[in-house]
Write a protein that binds this ligand. Structure first.
Ligand SMILES: [Zn+2]
Length: 73
């Protein structure tokens, strides 16, 4: 994914794949995606599946916002 693509995703409030510790098999249980709203890494995985199967749902502990994380496909 290009830097421009990542920037666009963050503007939509979605964390791009590069913003979390993911393996080939997906997210690690203690993965912390960077919050697209405030940039904090103090986030937790709420659900492996967000609004679509290719996204996971995170909540930021710093700003309390929930956000989608775009998984690697
Ligand atoms: Zn945040």
């Amino acid at each position: 994914m290009s830097p421009e693509g990542r920037r666009k995703l963050r503007n939509y409030g979605v964390a791009p794949p590069e913003d979390a510790d993911a393996t080939e098999d997906g997210l690690t249980p203690d993965a912390h995606a960077l919050c697209p709203h405030c940039g904090s890494s103090d986030t937790r995985l709420l659900s492996e599946f967000g609004s679509t199967a290719c996204k996971a749902l995170f909540q930021c502990q710093a700003c309390r916002e929930t956000f989608d994380y775009f998984k690697k496909i």
